[in-house]
Design a protein around this ligand. Sequence first.
Ligand SMILES: [Zn+2]
Length: 445
Amino acid sequence: MAGVRTILKGGRVVDPVNGIDGQADLQLDDGYITQVGQNLKVNPGSLVIEVPRGCVVCPGFIDMHVHLREPGQEHKETVATGVAAAVAGGFSAVACMPNTDPVNDDAGVTGLILARAAQAGLARVHPVGAVTVGLAGERLAQLGELRAAGCVAVSDDGRPVADTILMRRALEYASMCGMVVIDHCEDVSLTEDGVANDGFQAALLGLRGMPAAAEDIVVERDVTLSGMTGASVHIAHVSTRGALDAIRLGKERGFSVSCEVTPHHFTLTDDRLSEYGANYKMNPPLREQTDVEAILEGLRDGSVDCIATDHAPHHYDEKLAEFDRAPFGVVGLETAVSICLDRLVHPGHVSLSRLVELLAVNPARILGVAGGALTVGTPADITVLAPELAVTVDAQAFRSLARNTPFDGWALRGGVAATIVGGRSVYVNELVDGAVQFETVASDR
Ligand SMILES: [Zn+2]
């Protein structure tokens, strides 16, 4: 198929960076976008794909917070199964956290992840390196070497950079290397052995609590440090009203602060804990209604920059353990887009254009990676949405190796029709009428 020009015809194109929201055609050549406009001319030999009725053509979505578990825990997920899940969920790229075994605090581990991603050839993979050696929180990793090996950001995710002077140095060095520090904000002296939000539900069920203040305090510190150093900080998986207030204040003061929220934190509260399943156990924990409302407010008013899944695959047996002992985390790659369409777009919290900012534009900008726009001359990474598609979540059908989702069985309005990476169709949803045409998108690989 190499060399064949492809035209995606007749879709609604939503591309906020280029100010497009309306009917337009896209022309692809050799994996790149070569023209965007209305009624593009079709030359003989070009392949025309009619975008299915009602579908929306967007810049490829980027999930900036996933755990792919390779190397070291391939029974939970591999790079290959993780990127298969990503493209089935509409993500053309993911950024993967360094808490593998060995930790990605070394150029060799970064290289291995990138090699596995290239073998899989589905979603693009942007490794996130460790801030500290072994995620131990003691000594800075070689940030420059990680950058040179292909890391796009650094984080000790799973835990915070607890030591304040170390965090200051991390911000300064990372910024010199052109990387953002992504912080998992938790004062572990306050959360200690906690397993659930410290509130009425945890008290009722006799679960050890993790107070919202443990998150707020570290977010406030990071915002202050960002102001002090001028370096960029990105707050991972914000779950509390207090944390959002601190981020909003930092932005008002002109600090380089950004943040992400997860689909589970804007749809679920700790009321679910009475169901007692370990698929409601994550860190930060499910919070209270006031926190969910604060996140929705942040999604509406722009204080939230991104939606990321914190996709955290675990083996079935591990999540079967009693709540106290089960590991933290849920998968999210294959449910996020449907949750966002059903819970954010259809109820009117955010427009499709704002959703594209949250899932594509801002993740690309914060990580400094390609993508986020359908600009002529850039790689053709495209997510095609079917906003009216009726979707029922079926964890057994996931491409991910893991099934630990709190959304199994949910009926949702909206889904993914196709995912295109570098001009190559890497996922097509056969449940969308006419979407199968995307399988013929021309490829340069
Ligand atoms: Zn985390």
